[in-house]
Design a binder for this molecule. Structure first.
Ligand code: FMN
Length: 314
């Protein structure tokens, strides 16, 4: 028998086999523990239509706020542009993360309704400049990923040589004001406390997320979602959720718990990088089918009828 390398206390999982700090792992486990009951009598085919910020979309499954996928493929487009085109063709909400203005413009030019998420740069003027640029390019909404403040060393992070900084409540108010008539979304909310601050700052939406595990030991976003919807009934903010939404079944669970819409992130990556737009369309089409199937069997005809009482936790 192979000798145990890790001489920890009996009963503990050996170090190399666990990563308890990985929020992705807890998230996946939690989502998988949510089961559904069936309410099939009187059930009809589901309508996935989403009304958001004055526009109508074909599904509550949205593109992710990705960035840095800038290698041009054989179509002459970058993966960022490819998934924007998939959003346009499917009638989905498109999201874009940290991209310079020039690239943002090329993505927006694909014609999808696009939300621009800007990093919490230390230089607030840069944030204000990027908000103005997105507005000029007809953004559906703008926002900041407020959860990307610290790096792994606990200091303010630096991305592509650009320094990030804290997001104070006054800063959030300033960004909301700069967005003006364009809705402002705070991405990376994982507590009622932050959600309430976002509401007070005038945000039109929050994105409940731990940004694929930026926060060690971060709670699953759908747990934060449940707390937010319980503590803030009737909030006018739109509530979006991501992290480990890989299937239409995952999407259903987040929507049933009160999300207005969800993003699929890393779930589209294999198809996107292999086949571009078509790979994304294939993935989201399947997710829409799964979501429709689950809504049908649980007797939920459309998004306005979502009902958390169909969910059970093991
Ligand atoms: C390649 C890549 C780039 C990303 N860039 C950004 C970004 O610039 N801004 C942002 O807010 N989130 C960014 N994210 C995080 C995603 O928007 C999303 O919150 C995260 O991946 C969780 O969703 P998932 O588990 O479905 O991947 C990025 C994620 C990936 C994989």
């Amino acid at each position: 028998m192979e000798e145990r390398k890790w001489p920890g206390p009996k009963g503990m999982i050996p170090e190399p086999e666990r990563n308890a700090a990985d929020a992705n792992m807890h998230n996946r486990r939690y989502l998988d523990q949510l089961l559904v009951s069936m309410r099939v009598i009187d059930a009809v085919e589901a309508d996935l239509k989403l009304d958001l910020f004055g526009k109508t979309f074909s599904s509550p499954i949205m593109m992710p706020a990705f960035s840095h996928l800038n290698k041009v493929g054989i179509t002459g487009r970058t993966p960022m542009q490819e998934y924007a085109l998939a959003a346009k063709e499917m009638g989905l909400v498109n999201w874009v993360g940290m991209e310079p203005d020039e690239e943002y413009a090329a993505i927006a030019a694909q014609g999808a309704e696009t939300v621009r998420i800007i990093k919490p740069f230390k230089d607030h003027d840069e944030i204000l400049k990027q908000i103005a640029f997105a507005k000029e390019h007809g953004a559906l909404a703008v926002g900041v990923d407020i959860d990307h403040v610290f790096g792994k060393n606990g200091r303010y992070d630096v991305v592509d040589g650009i320094g990030l900084g804290p997001v104070l409540f006054e800063d959030l108010c300033e960004y909301v004001k700069a967005a003006g008539s364009t809705p402002f979304v705070a991405k990376g909310v994982l507590s009622v406390e932050d959600a309430q601050k976002c509401e007070r700052a005038g945000c039109a939406g929050i994105f409940v997320s731990h940004h694929h595990g930026r926060l060690p030991f971060g709670i699953p976003p759908v747990i934060a979602l449940q707390e937010i919807t319980a503590e803030m009934p009737g909030t006018e903010m739109k509530i979006f959720v991501d992290c480990s939404i890989e299937s239409g079944y995952d999407a259903f669970k987040a929507l049933a718990l009160g999300a207005d819409a969800v993003s699929v992130g890393r779930g589209i990556l294999p198809g996107l990088l292999k086949e571009g737009k078509d790979g994304v369309i294939r993935k989201v089409t399947r997710m829409n089918e799964e979501l429709s199937e689950m809504m049908g069997y649980t007797g939920i005809p459309d998004l306005s009828e979502m009902d958390p009482s169909v969910l059970y936790r093991l």
